[in-house]
Design a protein around this ligand. Sequence first.
Ligand code: KIV
Length: 283
Amino acid sequence: MKITVTDLHKKRLDNQTIVMLTSYDYPTAIIEDLCGIDIQLVGDSVGTNVLGYSDVSEVTIDDMRHHLRAVSRGVKNSFILCDMPYKSFQSTEDALSTARQFMEDGADGIKIEGEGNVLEIIRHLTKGGTIPVCGHIGYKPQFDGPRARVQGKDSERAIKLCEAALALENAGAFMIVLELIPEKLAREITNLLQIPTIGIGAGRYCSGQVQVVNDILGLSNRTFRHAKEYASARGLYEQAVSSYAREVRNKAFPTQNNIAHIPDSSFSAVDTWLKNRSTFHDL
Ligand code: KIV
């Protein structure tokens, strides 16, 4: 059954932890759906994890739509959340137009990075319950630069983050991502709110957790304190790709099992044609 905003709110009320994971393509979307991931986030981290960009600010609306549609084709049950990329919400009109395109492409809600600057946009998008919006505070990769830093270690910033979370909830956000915030502060923010919080590098007391799928699979050669590698997919890829290259070069692949055969009766006509053709050329 498709997961809805109401289901996510119920999970928060019932103290059931929400599981969110980024998802950028069709095969991954199918696996995440089968594994019961509550929310698949088509994050703008697709830029650095899949598209080879050096920064998420390079991600375009078209990039997001392309990956969102692929994910949406693979999902039956997960809630699909799509990131509003950098510069796609410079005005409320821009934001509405981008969000509407994402909803048409299969998103169940959108996520927007920002604090005071996005309140008006959130009010506009959520008016009449039209577009579910998830906030994103703490470290904001689109605006704070590629060097990830924990936010809210000093009292002034910590209080600002509490205020920002309350303001986002009041503006109509249905959920808020807390990125790189000290655990104690993330816990208090979660307690302040009715809506769920989803943490990444924000400790154990948020209503749910989100991770970048490449990080938990061990696909990149980077490691982060906030992440855990549950597999070494990079090692598996390297093993498979180098075995393939070696076997092609030494003629061990393809084998008898990988090939098709033409019946002798059909091939005799090809044989005759080949012979006549060389006779023709020899003339
Ligand atoms: O794009 C992304 O992967 C994100 C998560 C870090 C929350 O926004």
